[in-house]
Write a new protein. Sequence first.
Length: 169
Amino acid sequence: MLTFTRLSRRAASALLLALSLLPLLSGCSSLLTKKKADLPSVALADMELQGIQGLETIFRLQLRVLNPDTEPLELRGLNCDLKVNGKSFAKGVSSEQITVPASGTATAPVLVYAGMLDMVGSVIELLQQSQTQPPAQPLRYELTGRLRIGPQGGETVPFWLKGSLPPEK
């Protein structure tokens, strides 16, 4: 009976400790929820042809980063993949370090590289589509990637954009 009493006291102590930690844990989870709500979002601000070198084409994307948080956001770089009309088109990375002000925005430039074979395949597909559809259809794009944030860029925030570009772009 003595062993049972010790076990009961230990169990009661452990239960009391666990119950006393619950308010702390719920406080932490509310911080995590707040952080999720204050995560940055990304939009495509501009896209322009930078040049053709060897077997690749280089585009410069300007991504608009919106920071809804009350603290400045330290952007330490990003990576992205661009699909056009559902096909893989270009990939890029940037180590640009930008501070996005609290409740503000900033643009982050990134160079993306499209292999010549991907470009030729896309042009052939567009030419084939133009024979069956009226010309000057907008190009559908999908841009996925990750922002590297924080003092050392150790945290990542994924983003996913979808939209269309005018045919002249």
